[in-house]
Design a protein around this ligand. Structure first.
Ligand SMILES: [Fe+2]
Length: 439
């Protein structure tokens, strides 16, 4: 009996993984379907890949793990393994490679997927091998595709006028009033996770962290608040900026978030080619770490640490339990968080009262990635797995952490323990922040 039940569960899991693999591919292809062949091959920004590189790289990463590793197969083409290796080819060089075109990439992706699905149906998901147990390696491949979809969206913002011009859904308005800050009392909480089903190596191990009491913004910083900093001459006043931040302002001449434009005395935001009037209650987006830091100083606050962010997002103080999401352990619904890419921008602060954390923090998952004042470092008990190049090679002071996931994150890659990182100067990503303050 046990055997039969396990086999049914295994089949169900495989069916679900196949469904999600299909869904991920449909999304990837739908993102590029409106583009001309020329726009697919073009380098739209020196810091982004040509979109067609991302597409074939998604296929190549799937081939490496689900076909070569799982099926012990020879490479379909050693040239592809070379060309679509992110470490061997910096983004600004990728347009010079003899990249597969749209039709060739589609054929390659189809060939890889057919072999990958064969291996899925052959795999032992009840195995002791952590690579296949509970379908881990398939989850990793899914998340990789989701994450590249987000990177592709960041590139799509640079498509020349008139732009990518997606259909924008009706904006979701605030339905709850959100306090300025909430208090998180002193005490220990559990940071990170021991999950081996979906979590990346850098989210492990779960470990107890003691934090003194602190205040944290109940919502992400809004366009309206950020406009106050801009209008107050924030970008021209040295005292708000760190030394590195001030150097960045001088070098770039930045005077507002990326994609903000002035039109007849009013601010408009360029959303994939749509010029929208700046909406004050929406979270500010496309700011770099230095801008977040300077705003916080101007506001008499500071950025939260990574641990403070995670405690405020996930700790349930009465039961002393850690949640997977601010609202509990059930997967995100559209009522709880702005995720899954098709909103194309963040929604107003206060629009998701059903997604609030036990401490009363709104929109910690979805809308915008939130910069925190912590470098990307290993947790105690960290072990690189299944490859060093996902996390370990990036550990160090060069990168700052972002938490929570943006509107461009697919729900399968959203959770309170997920750690994103980038250079502190980056702002083409869907990044915002919230502030904190000592008790
Ligand atoms: Fe990748």
């Amino acid at each position: 009996m046990t055997d039969l039940r396990e086999r049914v569960t295994d089949q169900e899991l495989k069916r679900e993984l196949q469904r999600r693999l299909d869904d991920a591919r449909a999304r990837t292809l739908s993102l590029i379907s409106p583009l001309s062949d020329e726009d697919l091959l073009k380098q739209h920004s020196p810091i982004m890949s040509p979109l067609i590189w991302d597409v074939a790289h998604i296929g190549n990463f799937e081939e490496l793990w689900l076909v070569q590793e799982l099926g012990d197969a020879m490479p379909i083409s050693p040239l592809y393994d070379e060309m679509y290796d992110a470490f061997k080819n910096p983004r600004r060089e990728r347009a010079k490679l003899p990249l597969l075109d749209r039709a060739q990439a589609a054929r390659y992706l189809g060939q890889v997927r057919a072999a990958a699905l064969d291996n899925l149906w052959r795999a032992d998901l009840g195995s002791k091998d952590p690579l296949t147990r509970d379908g881990y390696i398939f989850e990793m491949i899914l998340q990789h595709e989701y994450q590249h979809n987000e990177t592709m969206l960041a590139t799509l913002q640079f498509v020349a006028d008139p732009g990518y011009l997606p259909r924008l859904p009706a904006p979701r308005r605030a339905s709850a009033s959100v306090p300025d800050m909430v208090f998180v009392e002193a005490g220990p909480f559990v940071m990170g996770t021991n999950d081996r089903r979906v979590a990346y190596d850098n989210e492990r191990a779960a470990h107890e962290v003691y934090l003194p009491g602190f205040w944290i913004d109940a919502g992400p910083v809004t366009n309206g608040s950020y406009l106050g900093f801009v209008a107050n001459g924030g970008y021209a006043r040295r005292e708000y900026w760190s030394a590195a931040g001030w150097r960045w302002v001088q070098e770039t001449g930045a005077s507002a978030p990326q994609f903000w434009e002035q039109s007849q005395g009013a601010w408009v935001v360029n959303v994939f080619g749509h010029r929208l009037a700046l909406n004050p209650p929406e979270p500010v987006q496309h700011v770099c770490f230095y801008e977040a830091e300077a705003f916080a100083r101007w506001a008499g606050k500071r950025l939260p640490s990574e641990a403070e962010w995670e405690k405020a997002a996930s700790w349930e103080p009465e039961g002393r339990v850690k949640r997977t999401y601010p609202w509990g352990d059930t997967p995100p619904t559209p009522e709880q968080a702005n995720l899954d890419q098709l909103s194309f921008h963040p929604m107003e602060v206060g629009a998701y009262p059903q997604g609030v954390s036990p401490y009363g923090c709104h929109q910690m998952i979805g809308d915008v990635w939130e910069w925190v004042d912590t470098s990307f470092l290993a947790y105690p008990g960290f072990e690189a797995w299944p490859y060093r190049e996902y996390s370990e090679v990036f550990f160090g002071d060069e990168y700052k952490i972002l938490r929570g996931g943006s509107w461009a994150v697919r729900p399968g890659a959203a959770r309170v323990t997920f750690r994103n990182w980038d250079y502190p100067v980056r702002r083409q990503i869907f990044s915002g922040f919230r502030c904190a303050r000592d008790a």
